[in-house]
Design a protein around this ligand. Sequence first.
Ligand SMILES: [Zn+2]
Length: 462
Amino acid sequence: MQQEAGTAQQAVTYANLWLDGRWLRNATVRIGGDGNTVDVATGPGPATAPVRGLTVPGLVDAHCHAFQRALGAWTQRAAGTRDDFWSWRETMYALAGRLSREDLEAITARCYLELLRGGYTSVAEFLYLHRLGERRSLDADQAVAAAARRTGMGLTLLPTLYQHADFGGAPPWPGQLPFVRDTTLFLEDWQELRRRYPAGGDVGLGIAFHSLRAVDIDTIARVHQGLHADPQCRCIHIHVAEQPAEVAGCLRQHGATPVALLAARGLLSPQWALVHATHATEAELSQLRTAQATLVLCPTTEADLGDGCPPLGAFLDAGGAMAIGSDSNIGRNAPNELRALEWSQRLARGRRNVLSSANDPAVADRLFRIALHGGRRAIGAKARADFVTYDAGEGDWDLQASEDYLSALVFDTAAPCARQVMIGGRWVIRDGRHPGEAQIEAQYRETLQRLRTHIQTGKNHD
Ligand SMILES: [Zn+2]
């Protein structure tokens, strides 16, 4: 049983609760005033009427750019004879350059509400927007924090350093200018964010370097040296080896591939989360694991962008930490993300149940457990009383033996939608309803219709 210090303030009984790999019937969870689980007990005489359905701990979405939620349908027409990540980026720049603070909040709130229904209870927002439109003061973080508070989503903000278009300090392109700031300003902004989001509050902080393309390795080392021991800096994230061109550029510039370069500079530790690592070698994944850093994969975005998928089997078998992320938010459902992860491996390797292991033959159960622990690790957070409940209508899980419940949810259900969501002991969604959903939906629709006109017009004139 899960045991945490504290005094119980409330109790909730779940009819079917997954805990540490086992299904418990009529499990009563006692929750402290700090939002953490005090203990879990089963047996006769549940403290409250059981919450029916299938209940699992909420997962961490360890890599999210909420504003990209708007792009899904706008990037599915071929932009030329060769369409790829780099052409997709042009539309993303057009959107980023137009966003007001209100636009960002509206898109983010809708995105977070969908992510809650999709089984995530916490998001790491990799935020390379910082000042929006003509504003000179830091405001993108406030839009994201406001959206998280309106929806109830747990939030870790990752202010992101972005300086160059490519290796060797190439000057940024016009579309990248909204993301760029010099190191001095980044550090000043960090101090401001520390004041806005103090330790122990509802918003956690970490930092991110956009990529080795966008920040010089010496700058990364200097900023890391200054901030990694700051108690408010819970984690350090970076995009790495997402594209072959990035790996080739890193080799040209540094004579080393991206993960190997970070390792050689002594920059990998349990505090680090490396996002994608799509084109990392098995030797690099081994370096990442040895350093106890976390690998963050975003399978639906990686499929949408045509990135590829890394060889994962040996990494996971050796106990590597892995989390999942929604990234561009073309996918907003945690069980689907796990399914896409396994299916991408099946397509690449020509086998089934690739990510199973001898001790853990059920892929869904294994990936869920790995993503749960890896997600918390990626944001430097402990377990909280975060629970997500699916109805019997979400797939056929209630017709299965309990050892197949997660297999039904992950592999046999189109997009399971949570009916009950509790975060830190607080009900966020009850019986499928979120108290703010009507307003969030109306603002999102107005925002998207207005932006679409501009983005489509902009594309036609390119
Ligand atoms: Zn990303």
